[in-house]
Design a binder for this molecule. Sequence first.
Ligand SMILES: C[S@@+](CC[C@H](N)C(=O)[O-])C[C@H]1O[C@@H](n2cnc3c(N)ncnc32)[C@H](O)[C@@H]1O
Length: 282
Amino acid sequence: MSVAMEREQEFQFGQADFAKLQSLVYEKTGIVLKDQKKNMVYGRLARRLRTLKLSAFSDYINFIETPAGADEMGNLINAITTNLTKFFREDHHFEHFRSVAMKESFDALRSGKQKRIRVWSAGCSSGEEPYSIAMSMVSAIPKIEKLDAKILATDLDTNMLDTGRAGLYKSNCLDTISKEYTKRFTKIVDDGYVQISPKLRQFIAFKQLNLLHNWPMKGPFDVIFCRNVMIYFDNPTKQRLVDGFASMLRPGGWLYIGHSESLLNQSGPFKLHGRTTYRKEL
Ligand SMILES: C[S@@+](CC[C@H](N)C(=O)[O-])C[C@H]1O[C@@H](n2cnc3c(N)ncnc32)[C@H](O)[C@@H]1O
């Protein structure tokens, strides 16, 4: 018997329950749970059922729909989202960001064309992406603490945002951070953990934002990172997001997306400039 089948004996999880969860998750997050993800969903939610002392997924779904279970929706979403990330993931983006995007922003600031620098990490997970952005930004721009430069880091998953705010990571995270940045921006703390320095953390605001809902920020942003997020969405949702990013970026601003993603027909004002790197036309 497979591990999944053995597990299925602990809680009843019928096809109708899965279908209900698929539509609930789609409605709340835009995430499309394909049919082959049933075992994954079982595995990720089993702990919630155990905690709530429920014996079947149908009870869990009924519970969520009662007023008493309203708060459980956040736990469901946190359990379902895939948060895989690491520092300097797809590092060519950070090289481009530092040497091209930030150089342009800095030149615009110096010439008085622009007064501030704004970067958005949309779907920032546990913070490794916005901290990689911050390290690259600080190293690209001299005396940046005297300028109006900020990074907005948003995600749907509140547990991930808490990790990001704490800026505390297992020390093996340093495997993908250069020696120079490690020395400059991190500090070893007890028990095999490292902490991101407060000087770097000051540039980042972590906020909960569901990309499907209205975006309260005004922008414009110089750069948006939305990497490995749209991959979970269907085409109409992607299109809405890409249109939204276009209106949030300043002309000439940059959009980085994940390595297996592309804008294809959804590109609007964006033009491809190298691997998964798009620019909003001037
Ligand atoms: C795989 S992680 C990507 C993290 C990072 N951008 C990277 O590439 O390393 C995807 C993130 O998207 C977030 N996410 C999924 N649906 C979302 C939505 N509707 N609104 C905001 N964030 C969402 C998840 O919570 C998760 O943290």
